[in-house]
Design a protein around this ligand. Structure first.
Ligand code: ZN
Length: 439
C-alpha cells in the first residue's frame, strides 16, 4: 500500500493506492500553519489512512508528498513555503519513521505533472503540466521522468520577466509572467472576483465590462506566453493546463488556443509548431497531485512499466540527430563554438572601411574558429556541421563555397542572417566530433 499526500495551502488531501494502483482510501484535513502545524496535519492524514486500510503504523510501502515551496528532492527538505507559513522544514526526515519504505517529497506541481502523466489516457512520453493557480509554474516530464533541474527550479517559468514596466513580483523582480497570469495577478488587477474569480471575470467580460475584458485578455495572453515558453524550450508533445485559474474549463482553453493561433499568423516558424493543437485541460489538480505523490517512489523502480533510461553523461552529448560519417565515430561531441569576428577582413585602418573580400573574410573566420576549437581539444577537421550567422555581407553563396572548400567536411554550411548581429560580425555555431575507437 502506497500513500500520496497533496499538502495544499488550506487542505491536505491523501490517497492510499493498493498494489494494483486502485484508490483504497482517501483522507482530508485542514493544513496546519507553520512547520509544526504542517507536520502534524500530514501525520494526521497518514494515521487516518492507516486506520482506514488496516495498515500498521509505519507499515506503508512508501509515502510521497507534493507540497508548495522549493523542495530539495534528495533530502526531502522544503524551504520558502510562504503560503504554509514556514521558511524550512525537513519533512522527509521527520516522516521517515512513518513508512516502511522510501519517503519522497517533491514540489506540488511536479507531483501533479507526474500524476497526470502516469494516470491519464493517451499521454505521450513528454508532457509539461502548467499550473495556473495562485502562482504560475510548470512540472515537466521528459521521456517518462520528472525534470527537476540542478537546483530543483526547472519549470519555475512564472518568474521569467516579460514586462519591464510591469508590477513588482513576490520574488523581487519586476514584470514576471506570474504578475500577469496567475490567481495573485487576477486578484491584484481585478479585486471583485470573490470565491471563483475566473468565473466572475468571464461573466463580467462577457456582459460587456471593458475593464474585465482587458484583464481577461492580459491573463489569456500571459498563459499563452507561458505555453509558448514551455514548448520552445522543452518541445514536449503536450502542455496540460491545470490549476484554479483553469476552473472554468474549456472557455479559457479556447481563448488561449485562439491567442496562440493569432501569434502564428505572421510567423511560418510558429505555425509549423502547431502550438494550439498541443494543449489539453488537466483534471482537477487535487487528485492528480496526491496520486502523483504516491507514485513518486516508483519513479526509479526498474521493474515498473516505465523504467528509468540510462542517464546521459554530463561531459559528452550523444545525439542521433547528427550524421555519423562512415560509422567511424563512437562519440559525437557537440562543441558549440561561437566566434565573434569584428572587422574580419583586412580593413583600411585609415578609413575603417572593410572590403567585402570573401576569401580574406573566410580565412579570418577560420583562424578564429580554429583557436576556439583548440580550447576544447579539437581541430577544424573535426567539424561536421556549421551554422554561420552573418551580418549584412551580401553574397552568402560565395561565402558558403569558400568556407566549405577550406573545411574538409562533407556537410553543408548553413548560412543565416544573424538578426542580433550589428555591423561586420560573424558568429559560428560549429558542431565538432571527437573520434574515438569504435566499440
Ligand atoms: Zn517573479
Amino acid at each position: 500500500m502506497r500513500i500520496g499526500i497533496d499538502v495544499g495551502g488550506t487542505k491536505t488531501h491523501a490517497i492510499a493506492l493498493d498494489d494494483a494502483g486502485r484508490t483504497a482510501a482517501q483522507a482530508r484535513v485542514a493544513t496546519g500553519r507553520g512547520a509544526g502545524g504542517v507536520l502534524e496535519s500530514t501525520r494526521s492524514v497518514i494515521r487516518e489512512l492507516a486506520t482506514a486500510t488496516g495498515t500498521p503504523t509505519g507499515g506503508f510501502e512508501s509515502v510521497g508528498i507534493g507540497i508548495p515551496g522549493i523542495v530539495d528532492f534528495n533530502t526531502g527538505t522544503v524551504s520558502h513555503a510562504v503560503n504554509l507559513g514556514f521558511t524550512e522544514l525537513d519533512l522527509g526526515r521527520q516522516l521517515a519513521t512513518d513508512a516502511a519504505g522510501p519517503v519522497r517529497v517533491d514540489n506540488d506541481v511536479n507531483a501533479a505533472a507526474f500524476g497526470a502523466f502516469r494516470t491519464l489516457d493517451g499521454m505521450p512520453d513528454s508532457v509539461a503540466y502548467l499550473n495556473v493557480g495562485t502562482g504560475l509554474a510548470a512540472g515537466v516530464v521528459v521521456d517518462g521522468h520528472l525534470v527537476r533541474g540542478s537546483h530543483g527550479t526547472a519549470g519555475e517559468i512564472g518568474h521569467i520577466p516579460v514586462d519591464p514596466a510591469g508590477s513588482v513580483c513576490t520574488c523581487g523582480q519586476r514584470g514576471c509572467l506570474e504578475t500577469v497570469a496567475s490567481g495573485n495577478a487576477l486578484s491584484a488587477r481585478w479585486p471583485a472576483g470573490g470565491e471563483q474569480p475566473i468565473v466572475a471575470l468571464n461573466a463580467a467580460a462577457d456582459a460587456g465590462d471593458a475593464e474585465a475584458g482587458r484583464v481577461r485578455d492580459a491573463l489569456v495572453d500571459g498563459i499563452a506566453t507561458a505555453v509558448q515558453v514551455l514548448l520552445l524550450t522543452l518541445d514536449t508533445d503536450l502542455v496540460l493546463l491545470g490549476g484554479g485559474m483553469m476552473s472554468d474549463g474549456a472557455a479559457t482553453l479556447g481563448r488561449v488556443r485562439e491567442n496562440l493561433a493569432a501569434r502564428s499568423v505572421h510567423s511560418p516558424f510558429l505555425a509549423s509548431l502547431h502550438l494550439p493543437d498541443r494543449l489539453r485541460l488537466a483534471p482537477p489538480s487535487s487528485t492528480v497531485c496526491a496520486v502523483g505523490a504516491a507514485l513518486l517512489a516508483s519513479e526509479d523502480d526498474p521493474t515498473h512499466p516505465i523504467p528509468r533510461r540510462t542517464p546521459m553523461a554530463k561531459t559528452a552529448h550523444t545525439s542521433d540527430a547528427l550524421p555519423r560519417p562512415g560509422g567511424a565515430y563512437s562519440h559525437l561531441v557537440e562543441a558549440n563554438v561561437f566566434v565573434y569576428t569584428a572587422g574580419f577582413g583586412p580593413h583600411d585602418p585609415a578609413t575603417g572601411v572593410i572590403p567585402h573580400g570573401i576569401a580574406a573574410q573566410t580565412e579570418a573566420v577560420l583562424r578564429n574558429l580554429s583557436t576556439a576549437l583548440g580550447v576544447v581539444g579539437l581541430g577544424l577537421a573535426d567539424v561536421v556541421k556549421t551554422t554561420v550567422h552573418l551580418a549584412d555581407l551580401g553574397d552568402f553563396a560565395e561565402f558558403d563555397a569558400a568556407y566549405s572548400r577550406i573545411i574538409p567536411a562533407p556537410f553543408p554550411v548553413r548560412t543565416t542572417v544573424g538578426s542580433t548581429l550589428r555591423g561586420m560580425l560573424v558568429e559560428i555555431d560549429a558542431v565538432a566530433v571527437h573520434q574515438t575507437a569504435p566499440g
